[in-house]
Ligand binder design. Structure first.
Ligand SMILES: Cc1cc2nc3c(=O)[nH]c(=O)nc-3n(C[C@H](O)[C@H](O)[C@H](O)COP(=O)(O)O)c2cc1C
Length: 367
């Protein structure tokens, strides 16, 4: 099933960019777990649009409305159902785009898949808006994980040719990760952050957009999580991270760079740290054979530049392809996209990556 994730907990995400609401159902969480709604709101606010001058001007309060699953603020064992009303939906912004697929968006592929019945307004179910319920689910999972001593946070490791300081792959700890989650702009070096914001401003001025790389770490994960072959840690994390629109690639530990290393450099040798087995380096990113080693889990995701740009682009006007009389398809046209768009989605994608990692890790822990 699509839009449903998890082997042990089940997260179902529903809604469209311009429908009445987006939301989720989570099944399988243990009963008696408190949900701190203030912390949850703070987490959602990091993803929400309209909070700073480099994100979309769409203004959504993103206040969760719990319909079921909580009694006196704690899980009661029934499925949790939460909605986030779409308060600033503007379906009419997309009227001029009817039948015209926007380059870089899923409009054309969704049109083909759903035989022209897809909700094309702002990408419908395939919109970045659907990361709001993803963050809601992830924000709840993060709270449960924190109680088990597991912390997760991400930062922008590269944007517009500006690099941030990487995580210390052996030494990163929960305290550092919790502090990072409070940062206004999610970087480890404030200087790099200033340069990145300047880059975003520059591309916006040119009517263009920019992508970047997000690095995510989880500390406190016990050794032994993950199942063989198809349910390894990398498989489970990649599956949910690719649900975030705009993600183009993922790498674990040394990732692609490992291909250029010798075995003697890439192997992470073991040693005893009191009674704990650790590795001196962490090229494996905390995962060997799809199973956690107990070292910090580290992965990076590449995010593409925002597809909606303020420039004239080539596209086609589709002439009802699914009418037998019109099998030929359409005509070439020039397209200008109006509406409200981020020149760079990378800062807003950071909590989405944390949320995805939290859901995957909690699911693997079989709570
Ligand atoms: C938090 C978030 C916000 C996004 N906002 C926009 C946006 O304002 N404009 C836009 O063109 N794309 C935006 N996107 C990206 C598109 O939704 C995405 O590129 C598109 O649906 C195609 O999916 P794909 O890139 O995974 O193939 C956003 C993505 C995320 C994660």
């Amino acid at each position: 099933l699509s839009s449903v994730y998890g082997n042990n907990i089940k997260v179902t995400i529903f809604g469209q960019s311009h429908s009445a609401a987006v939301g989720l159902v989570i099944d399988g969480l243990p009963a008696g777990e408190k949900v701190n709604t203030e912390a949850l709101q703070a987490f959602l606010d990091r993803r929400a649009p309209g909070r700073n001058d480099y994100s979309s001007a769409r203004s959504e309060r993103d206040e969760p409305e719990f319909l079921s699953g909580l009694i006196n603020g704690a899980t009661c064992g029934a499925p949790i159902c939460v909605v986030l009303r779409n308060q600033d939906a503007r379906r009419q912004d997309y009227d001029d785009l009817a039948g015209i697929p926007r380059p870089g968006h899923a409009d054309y592929t969704a049109y083909i898949k759903h035989h022209g019945h897809n909700d094309a307004s702002g990408g419908g179910h395939l919109s970045g808006r659907l990361t709001a319920p993803l963050c809601l689910a992830g924000g709840i999972c993060l709270q449960l994980l924190e109680r088990k001593g597991i912390d997760i946070a991400a930062h922008i490791s590269e944007l517009g040719g500006v690099a941030d300081i990487p995580f210390d792959p052996v030494g990163i700890c929960g305290e550092q990760l919790r502090a990072l989650r409070l940062a206004g702009f999610p970087v480890l070096s404030a200087d790099s952050g200033v340069k990145m914001v300047d880059e975003i401003g520059a591309v916006r001025g040119e009517g263009d957009s920019i992508g970047g790389i997000i690095e995510c770490a989880a500390a406190g994960i016990p050794a032994g999580l993950g199942d063989p072959m198809f349910d390894g840690v990398e498989n489970c994390i990649a599956r949910i991270v690719f649900a975030i629109p705009g993600v183009r690639a993922i790498e674990f530990g040394a990732g692609f760079a490992a291909a250029g290393q010798r075995g003697s450099a890439n192997n992470d040798t073991f040693y005893m740290d009191d009674d704990k087995v650790r590795t001196r380096t962490n090229n494996h990113g905390g995962v060997l054979g799809g199973i956690t080693s107990g070292m910090p889990l580290i992965f990076r995701a590449a995010i593409k530049p925002t597809p909606s740009i303020a420039r004239r682009q080539d596209s086609v006007r589709l002439i009802d392809m699914f009418e037998p009389a019109h099998k030929t398809g359409g005509e070439d046209i020039k397209l200008v996209i109006n509406g409200r768009h981020d020149p760079c989605i990378v800062p807003r994608a950071v909590p989405c990556i944390e949320a995805a990692a939290a859901i995957a890790i909690l699911d693997m822990m079989k709570p």
